[in-house]
Each structure stands twice: as structure tokens, then as C-alpha cells.
Design a protein around this ligand. Structure first.
Ligand code: ATP
Ligand code: MG
Length: 353
């Protein structure tokens, strides 16, 4: 049996509370399907580590983590002691860039038992995957300020779209669409207003799309696309977007499908030259930390995505099926109107697996 090495990075706040339940679910699936997992826990990146050492992680973090098959990540951030841009740039954004995790993947599904904020939507109406380009685009650090403090003051920040960066994200999205029943891909653009980079993006969608004749593809400008997410999310299957547009859509999508407490995400290096990272969409939620009431389902679903990426589709399906069952007739945390605590929900799901 091949043993998968997984680094556990629980982080801050409720990351520390939901992580044990994520591990519990993965262990239950691993036992059922005979999968070997070797866990190693780290107390960084975290704001506690920052307070003691003045940085979110040790300098040799890359060497320490590079040999793992996956990073299982809770949440970082504790704005009372460390500003969010420091905790984020000092951890997650380093992983994304230096481990070349160029795909950010977010499945968005409206599940039975989860109240939907949109009117007249039934479970099954929302079932999409958002693929966000995760390493370049609008989030370049190219630019600067000039003539600061004078009337001539100006700031400039460039967006960077490379052929390699755009194509590999699009290929991933088309491959994914090809494997799904609807075989439909929607591209987010804004080529009517952003006149250089977005027409290029559109061109590459056409070029890559030509290799996937079975996949029907269309495009929408980001403004109307956001409106359609809310008005008619059932239109979408795979949605591919640049870094900024994907960032926005991948928060909007889970919001349309109910509580943030159940939404998972993955930062993938599909070539597997570096470890990929699996993290809930939610943050460290300081407002509810310490009460053991955080919903562990997002973390548990991340565990399912991790096992899928490690080659265990059957284990993924078993965890997701247990989550679905728990949402219908199992214990619920307060964000879903229940009174159960984090541990009780995690134990119930592990038992169902
Ligand atoms: P980020 O750290 O990603 O910037 P944030 O700090 O703005 O996010 P979160 O930490 O995700 O926000 O919390 C947003 C709201 O959602 C909070 O009120 C929090 O209590 C709630 N929340 C987040 N995660 C969960 C969860 N797993 N269970 C229940 N409520 C949650
Ligand atoms: Mg936060």
C-alpha cells in the first residue's frame, strides 16, 4: 500500500477546531478503503507563531513542506494581533506562488437540507465548479507610486497574462468540463471594457476550446455573469476565470448555495511537482472561535477533495455522501439552525462514512 504523506496546517481560530474533524473523516474513509495516510502536524503558519517569531513561518518552510503529497490547511488570520495582509501574504500566498498551485478549484452545490438564500431554488439547481487562475493576472506586483504627496501623484498596477499561465488554467477547466455530464464551460471576461488583456483571454479560450469539441463553451462579461449567478445559477457547469474575477465568483458562488461553513476549495499543482493545498473557503472566524460551534463540513469536504486528488475517487464519494446524509437528518451546527457542536457533527459524519 502506498502511504500518502499529508502535512496538517491547522492555523488560527476555528481552523484549529475544524481540523480534527477533517482528519477524522479522512481517517474513516482511509480505513474503509484501505488507504494509507501519514499525518504530520505543524504549528505554523499561524498568528501565534508570528507573535513568537515575527513571521508566519520559518525561513525553511519550503524545504520542510516540499516532500508532502498534500497540505491540509485550516485557516489563518487573527486581525486583533496581526493585520490580515501580513498573515495572508506570509503564508497562503507564498504556498500558491512557490508551490505553483495555479488552479484554485471550488465546487459549488446546493445540497438538500441547506437553506438557500435565493428564491425558488431546489437542491440540484446549483451544481458547478469554479476554476480560478491562481498565480498571475490582475494580482501581479508590477507597478508603483510616483510623485507621492503632490498633485501629480499617480499609482500604476499592471495585470500579467502569460500564454503558459492562461493556457494551463484553460486546459484544466476544459478537461474538467469534458469529464462532467453537462460538458459545458463558461468563461468570465470583460473584453468590452478591458481592451488588451481580456480580448487575449477570449482568444485563448477559443484556441484551447478547439481541442475539446465535445465541450460547449460560452462567455459572459463579469458584471452580467455575477448577476446570472444569483438569478439563474442552474445555467452553469464549469466556470473558468482569471485571478481577480475568479476570486470574486468563488465567494459569490458558495454564498448562493447557502452557508460558508460547508464550502471547500483546493489550490492545485496538477503536475504534482509540488504539494497541493486543500482549505475551507471560510476564514478563522474569530467571532465564534473557542465555542466549538464552527461547522466542520467545509473542512471535511476538503478532505474528500484531497483524497480525490490523491487518486481515491471512491473515498471522495463516500465522504460527500456522508455529508449529504448528515445535512438531511444528522446533527447541525448553529449556522444551519441546529444546536450540535463541531465534534458531534464530525463524529456523526465519520460514523456514516
Ligand atoms: P477570510 O479570513 O477568508 O478573509 P473572514 O475573516 O472575512 O474571511 P470568516 O472567518 O470566513 O470571514 O467568517 C465570516 C463569517 O462567517 C463569520 O461571522 C463567521 O463566524 C462565519 N463562519 C465562517 N466559517 C464558519 C463555520 N465553519 N461555521 C460557522 N460559521 C462560520
Ligand atoms: Mg479572516
Amino acid at each position: 500500500m502506498r502511504i500518502h504523506k499529508v502535512a496538517v496546517l491547522a492555523g488560527d481560530g476555528i481552523g484549529k477546531e475544524v481540523m480534527p474533524e477533517g482528519i477524522r473523516a479522512v481517517e474513516a474513509a482511509a480505513r474503509r478503503f484501505g488507504i494509507g495516510i501519514e499525518w504530520a502536524s505543524f504549528d505554523w503558519p499561524s498568528c501565534d507563531y508570528y507573535q513568537a517569531h515575527g513571521k508566519m513561518m520559518p525561513d525553511d518552510w519550503k524545504e520542510q513542506l516540499a516532500g508532502f503529497d498534500a497540505l491540509f490547511f485550516g485557516a489563518v488570520g487573527w486581525p486583533e494581533t496581526v493585520p490580515d495582509h501580513i498573515s495572508l501574504w506570509g503564508s497562503l500566498l507564498k504556498f500558491r506562488r512557490q508551490f505553483d498551485q495555479y488552479i484554485n478549484l471550488r465546487p459549488v452545490r446546493l445540497l438538500p437540507g441547506v437553506p438557500c438564500p435565493l428564491a425558488n431554488k431546489q437542491p440540484g439547481d446549483i451544481d458547478m465548479v469554479i476554476v480560478r487562475e491562481n498565480t498571475e493576472g490582475e494580482y501581479s506586483s508590477v507597478g508603483g507610486r510616483m510623485f507621492e504627496g503632490t498633485e501629480r501623484e499617480f499609482v500604476l498596477q499592471e495585470a500579467v497574462f502569460t500564454r503558459t499561465g492562461v493556457d494551463r488554467a484553460l486546459k484544466f477547466a476544459f478537461e474538467l468540463a469534458q469529464k462532467r455530464p453537462k460538458k459545458h464551460l463558461t468563461s468570465a471576461t470583460k473584453s468590452n471594457g478591458i481592451s488588451i488583456s481580456m480580448p487575449y483571454w477570449d482568444e485563448r479560450v477559443e484556441a484551447i476550446g478547439a481541442d475539446y469539441p465535445e465541450v460547449r463553451h460560452d462567455k459572459y462579461h463579469i458584471d452580467i455573469l455575477a448577476a446570472r449567478f444569483v438569478l439563474s445559477p442552474e445555467r452553469f457547469d464549469v466556470v473558468v476565470a482569471s485571478n481577480l474575477f475568479g476570486d470574486i465568483l468563488s465567494d459569490l458562488g458558495p454564498a448562493c448555495a447557502g452557508t460558508i461553513g460547508i464550502a471547500p476549495s483546493a489550490n492545485l499543482n496538477p503536475e504534482r511537482g509540488f504539494p497541493s493545498l486543500f482549505e475551507p473557503v471560510h476564514g478563522s472566524a474569530p467571532d465564534i472561535y473557542g465555542k466549538n460551534i464552527a461547522n466542520p463540513i467545509a473542512m471535511i469536504w476538503c478532505g474528500a477533495m484531497m483524497l480525490d486528488f490523491l487518486g481515491h475517487r471512491e473515498a471522495h464519494d463516500a465522504i460527500v455522501a456522508a455529508v449529504e446524509r448528515c445535512l438531511v437528518d444528522g446533527p447541525r451546527t448553529p449556522d444551519l439552525g441546529g444546536t450540535a457542536d463541531t465534534t458531534a457533527v464530525g463524529q456523526a459524519i465519520a460514523a456514516m462514512i
